[in-house]
Design a protein around this ligand. Sequence first.
Ligand code: ZN
Length: 305
Amino acid sequence: MNEYNIYLQKINELNNMGLEPIKYGETTLGQPMYVYKLSKRVDYSKKPIKVLVQAGIHAREYITTFLLFSLIEYYNVRIFRELSMLNKERKSKYLKLNYEIYFAINTNVDGFRLCTTGLDFIKDNKLKRQLLQINQGNFDFSLFKANINGVDLNVNFDAHWGQGKSNLNFKNTENYIGAYPNSEIETQNLINLTKSINPDITLSYHSKGEEIYYEFYQDNIRLKRDKEIADIIAKTTKYKVVDVSSKSAGGFKDYCIEKLKIPSFTIEVGKDIYSHPLGLEKLPLIFKQNKYVISNILKYFAERN
Ligand SMILES: [Zn+2]
């Protein structure tokens, strides 16, 4: 079974466990874009801390979508466990914390499907020809990163748009910025979702390299705050915080830092020596490295509440 079908099966499986996704939009080809919400409300006089976790914006990096499925199952159980511990251990600031975790499982469903199943699902012959041209005549799309329009969604956001080091001005398997900022429906849907949630922090999962990025033209006060959280993520995952000033632009993390002024991070999972796309057999290790990231971030917020 290909990874796209495993994805559909996983959504079904979660449904059967009572975990229903919320559809927040559709892709260019009309496929649903889903977000899962898990929440814990203990103290009704206080606002919840909101964490938005996003994955799969680059087609071939679909391992990150499967990481989110694992995290959804893990945190679902964890919330029940925390609630049952409340009576005994009321003193813990973390246990008394209200929180909402949002998992936007795949921002580029069309690209993901193309990458894992090839051109067959596309009905429009003109689009097929265009995609083949973008892919230099190759029917193997397994290294594809862009959306179905040949736009790299993670350089399409309105945040220093077009100023990235590797930006391209033509349709391609990666790095094309699009005709104008936020031109793609997937970009717009993710922005609308983010605005409607109004998160305190976002995490964007990519592959690969075991690195964490947190910088995007912040002032010094915010830079210090964001570095502190990046260090927490690094300590948890054993990944490396990359301190060099950002060469990227137009990414989702960039947008959240610039427009929402919140701490936002890119986490690159998987060893650099692995080749793209990372197979699902890599998931157990990646999950193990990342499963406490959200709870350690929530503990950070609990100490400040
Ligand atoms: Zn990526």
